[in-house]
Design a protein around this ligand. Sequence first.
Ligand SMILES: NC(=O)c1ccc[n+]([C@@H]2O[C@H](COP(=O)([O-])OP(=O)(O)OC[C@H]3O[C@@H](n4cnc5c(N)ncnc54)[C@H](O)[C@@H]3O)[C@@H](O)[C@H]2O)c1
Length: 233
Amino acid sequence: MAELPDHVAFVTGAGRGIGQATALLLARRGATVGICDRDGASVSAAVAEIRAQGGSAHGYVVDVGERQAMLDAVGKFAHEYGRLDSLIASAMWIRYEPIEDVRDEVVDRMFAVGMKAVLWAAQAARLAMQSDRGGALVTFASPVADRGHRGTAVYTAVKGAVAALTRQLAMAGDCRRGRLGSASSGDAAWKVGPAVRHRRSRCLSRFSSSLFRHRRNSPRRWRPDRRRFLIGK
Ligand SMILES: NC(=O)c1ccc[n+]([C@@H]2O[C@H](COP(=O)([O-])OP(=O)(O)OC[C@H]3O[C@@H](n4cnc5c(N)ncnc54)[C@H](O)[C@@H]3O)[C@@H](O)[C@H]2O)c1
């Protein structure tokens, strides 16, 4: 029996990578999935793959950095299926380069896709999630936000902002109706010990570990970073 038969999930950056793997996994578990990406061809391909496997998916070609486009797409999807249970904000555009080469255009685009889009996702989730059911907003930080890395100044700043914004959304009660979590990946995820696990994070942790365990090509390395799990209420 499907584990998530009534679940309605919207995934940004679902055209490839972690977003796509998450969307496919959710669909295999019975969820109805909104496939959102800027790249129309990858949206069509992901939707076709889910439908070919008997799942339910609907595609949205959207630039997630544009607030109204994001609100419209999530609102339309939630309206179509009667509700929204989770919004996974995975989209990112990355340019790594030495700090002396960084220009306005790159900063603006990375912050728009990586950080502003998380704000728009939080707004969209707040509007679309029903107060009696709650829901989950999942954001993606990165270990570089904590430790830095050569050539990643802008990416590190974006992911630090995402981590801070996720904490803010949870602590200020901006996502009071739902669960809020941020996942990170890579080595740092393995360094997290049970001592830092918060009791209230168990619910989201279960949700997220089942959500993210099966990252394509490196399933054993992709685990949620529990340090960042926060729950609104
Ligand atoms: N891959 C890793 O090891 C890793 C590590 C830490 C954090 N993360 C984070 O996890 C998330 C997913 O990473 P990934 O490796 O799967 O990324 P990816 O680059 O493989 O995929 C990103 C997707 O976002 C889409 N996208 C780009 N700009 C967009 C826009 N303006 N509007 C809509 N969609 C847009 C792309 O078309 C692409 O399909 C990112 O936020 C990333 O920063 C990844």
